[in-house]
Write a protein that binds this ligand. Structure first.
Ligand SMILES: *Cc1c(COP(=O)(O)O)cnc(C)c1O
Length: 378
């Protein structure tokens, strides 16, 4: 399928100011890059066991606690490896015997697979729904971890975070993969026990780090499993991560630039009005792109139920007469990048990040660019 890309030049007055629309790594604000460049000589290349870096980690932990309005006793933990490694960490240190997974796309499926492959756990219960929808949890006394995904990045579906009816954190923990949602979607932390993510999406930083807001019940679980005699590799051990996080450190060396850029974004949110402000930017971008698609003769929101349509990742189907891969390739040739659909979903669609760093005006400009390209192609 190596068709050549049609030579279409998008007029400069239609182009967005910033052409980065990828779902991760995603747009890093130029102001944050400039701040890194100017602070870099004192900060980059210095020990992560000394004050300047520990202070940066503490700004990140405190800033996130403020942003999420964490209830008393909740803490921010961090470690190396990103969200994918956190799934393995959770199989070692958070699932007691049996987990229940809501799977509705690529990312939510992967945690379920990790749990199923873990020899010392019982087979997980997997509740699956079609791409473009999300399943509902089924309360079950045999379950000690419910695994949710706040935003399924592969399909553009967001789900509300509510503890399964009749369950309590004393018996079952709610673990939420919030990798593409954290910082862009509203939620009530009290409905979650472990809200984990990596900072290359709404936090406009780079990958390789995991962060988690953990409840007192989750901390108790971590300590109980840690003391149970279960073999846990040290780099995946949450007791070790908790000890280090409380000292504003990580077990092994973190990427200092990643920590710095995440702090820039968290403080940008908090200085401007917090999560409500950040989520409102995403709401505005979502309104722009979905109303454009609804009105378009050739574009349709993939997620039919408006309530499930993500405000951080939009998936837009194109009419079969227009090849979405060609549209994305022409956009890329014009400096508007990463609008490609999630390949394994296999749909004729574009996927657009609506993260807070992305200017809603740029989302509006993107829709005009797509209209221009489609008009030229037909
Ligand atoms: C991007 C993403 C991941 C993977 O994150 P890594 O840091 O690359 O491991 C996991 N879950 C969701 C929902 C994501 O969007």
């Amino acid at each position: 399928m190596t068709t050549s890309i049609p030579k279409i030049t998008i007029p400069a007055d239609l182009l967005p100011n910033d052409g980065r629309f990828g779902c991760g790594p995603s747009k890093v604000r130029p102001e944050a890059v400039a701040a890194l460049a100017s602070a870099g000589l004192d900060y980059l290349g210095t020990s992560h066991r000394q004050e300047p870096v520990k202070l940066m980690v503490s700004r990140l932990r405190n800033g996130l606690a403020e942003l999420f309005a964490l209830p008393d006793g909740y803490e921010i933990m961090l470690g190396n490896g990103g969200s994918t490694v956190f799934w393995d960490i959770a199989t070692f240190g958070l699932i007691d015997r049996r987990s229940q997974h809501l799977t509705f796309g690529e990312f939510s499926s992967k945690f379920a697979q990790a749990a199923a492959a873990t020899p010392f756990l019982d087979d997980p219960v997997v509740i699956k729904s079609e791409p473009g929808t999300h399943p509902e949890a089924i309360p079950d006394s045999a379950i000690d971890v419910y695994a949710f995904t706040h935003n399924e990045t592969s399909t553009g579906v967001a789900m509300p975070l509510v503890r399964p009816a009749g369950t309590s954190a004393d018996e079952s923990l709610v673990l939420v993969d919030a990798t593409s949602a954290a910082g862009g979607l509203r939620f009530d932390a009290a409905q979650t026990d472990v809200y984990y993510f990596a900072p290359q999406k709404c936090f406009a930083s780079d990958g390789g780090l995991w962060l988690a807001a953990v409840s007192p019940a989750a901390i108790e679980r971590i300590q109980r499993i840690g003391a149970s005699g279960r073999w846990i590799p040290e780099s995946l051990n949450l007791v070790t991560a908790l000890d280090n996080s409380r000292k504003d450190q990580t077990y092994n060396t973190p990427a200092l630039a990643t920590v710095f850029l995440a702090v820039q974004q968290v403080e940008w949110f908090n200085d401007n009005g917090g999560l409500h402000w950040a989520a409102s930017r995403c709401d505005r971008s979502a309104e722009i792109i979905y109303s454009w698609a609804e009105a378009s003769s050739y574009a349709t929101p993939f997620v039919t139920d408006e309530a499930k349509r993500s405000h951080v990742v939009a998936t837009i189907d194109l009419d079969d007469s227009i090849d979405a891969n060609t549209v994305s390739a022409v956009l890329r040739a014009n400096g508007v990048v990463d609008t490609d659909s999630y390949r394994k979903l296999g749909r004729n669609q574009i996927r657009v990040a609506l993260f807070p760093a992305i200017d809603p005006e740029d989302v509006a400009a993107l829709t005009k660019c797509v209209d221009h390209v489609v008009a030229q192609l037909s």
